[in-house]
Design a protein around this ligand. Structure first.
Ligand code: 7TS
Length: 406
């Protein structure tokens, strides 16, 4: 992997911060930057083929439909789904999880049924279940997180003894970086008859995901974290499950037939795609998976591992830095930390003066921060375009922060 060549694909990495310094983008966990190939694919769509899909027989409508459905095929292949019918376009990971909560869980769960989550979940995999609990009086319990940021599998086994109906957890934590033993955990859940939903928001961008090998029942992810545009995500689901579920939103495209007093739902995957979808974004998403595939997910993971290993080593050198999460062999490219006596927001603000973009706050994982007894962390995160030089600039910036607060 030639990083300097890869960086040239990302126009934004060439721009300067307001003070003329280079942008050091260390916030890819929030959203990734977009390569020219993705931007261009969306431009070409708008310039050459823009039309509404599935509705017209004219040239442009046929082209737009082929591009929209072609992207679905690419994404299906990217995650090794058995069929593109199992790949539902949504707005993002959050909407994908809500779709499962609203459609599958609302239909299949009753009062007292147990849903197992973990203490490291993003709010997107907590709040939909809180909402369902308010409506259906389901039970929710949590796999605990150990001090070194791993899921406690003994606590998982204890929860499985209570025969949960659904187990839903993140493949990779957006704060700790922990890569959970998903395959093993899915197998354990299936042994007690539970359905498993995986939040793949942080894994699909960084790891090779094979939904069939994992045997995931549902797998949710967002394009914008994997070089694609905002406004589009995926819910993968096994076809038998998706077939059995009622529609999520009602309207155009998701129907086969409508009478004044009734409707018949469309077949998969359209049953879950109501209204005019994000067509240009689907095209961009297709270009994004082409781009990632051309580089190779294994190469991307290897590069990120190297950068993360280096970053953790260098950050540990700084007195007063406390890192969260497991050792590098168990995590992806995320380094969340606190700096003794200095608020994470101050850290991020001072780094920003040097063009360094890190995120500060609870990163939509408030319960996890509470567990560690802190309100917030600063978080640097890495992707295929991140360099060791950028890590050095971060470290230099942190010494400057310390100096200012001395
Ligand atoms: N799940 C995880 C594990 C995430 O990291 C995120 C976004 C989501 C779900 C929600 O994704 P969305 O595309 O639906 O918004 N995580 C972050 C983050 O860490 N900082 O900003 C967004």
């Amino acid at each position: 992997m030639n990083i300097s060549v890869i960086r040239k694909d990302f126009p934004i990495l060439e721009r300067k911060a307001n003070n003329g310094k280079d942008i050091v983008y260390l916030d890819s966990t929030a959203t990734s930057q977009k390569p020219q190939q993705v931007i261009e694919a969306m431009n070409i769509y708008y310039q050459q083929s823009n039309a509404n899909i599935h509705r017209g027989v004219h040239t442009l409508a046929e082209e737009a439909t082929a591009m929209y459905e072609g992207a679905r095929e690419k994404i299906a292949k990217f995650i090794n789904a058995k069929s593109s019918r199992e790949v539902i376009y949504t707005r993002n990971t959050t909407e994908s999880i809500n779709l499962v909560a609203y459609s599958w869980a609302r239909t299949n769960l009753k009062a007292g049924d147990l849903v197992v989550l973990t203490e490291m979940e993003h709010h997107s995999n907590l709040v939909p279940w809180h909402m369902l609990q308010a409506e259906k009086n389901i039970e929710i319990d949590f796999i605990s997180v150990t001090d070194d940021g791993l899921l406690d599998l003994d606590s998982y086994k204890t929860l499985l003894d209570r025969s949960p109906k659904l187990v839903s957890f993140t493949h990779m934590s957006n704060v700790l970086g922990t890569i959970n033993p998903v395959r093993e955990m899915i197998e354990m859940a299936h042994q007690v008859g539970a359905i498993v939903l995986i939040d793949g928001a942080q894994s699909a961008p960084h790891l090779k995901v094979d939904v069939q090998k994992l045997d995931a029942d549902f797998y949710a992810f967002s394009a914008h974290k994997m070089c694609g545009p905002t406004g589009i995500g995926i819910l993968y689901g096994k076809s038998a499950l998706l077939e059995s579920m009622p529609p999520f939103l009602g309207g155009g495209d998701m129907i086969k037939e409508v009478k004044l007093r009734s409707f018949r739902a469309n077949t998969l995957p359209h049953k879950f795609e109501a209204g005019t979808p994000a067509i240009a974004e689907a095209v961009g998403f297709g270009a994004a998976v082409d781009y990632l595939s051309s580089i190779g997910m294994d190469n991307i993971a290897k590069h990120e591992h190297e950068i993360t290993e280096y970053a953790l080593e260098r950050l540990e050198e700084i007195q007063g830095v406390k890192l969260f999460g497991p050792s590098v062999d168990k995590k992806g490219g995320v380094a969340a930390f606190t700096l003794d006596g200095i608020h994470p927001h101050d850290v991020a603000q001072i780094l920003d003066q040097d063009g360094i973009a890190v995120r500060a706050g609870h990163h939509c994982a408030q319960p996890l921060h509470e567990k560690f007894g802190i309100p917030a962390t600063s978080r640097a995160s890495f992707y295929l375009y991140s360099t060791k030089e950028e890590v050095d600039l971060l470290v230099k910036g942190l010494y400057k922060v310390k100096e200012m607060f001395k």
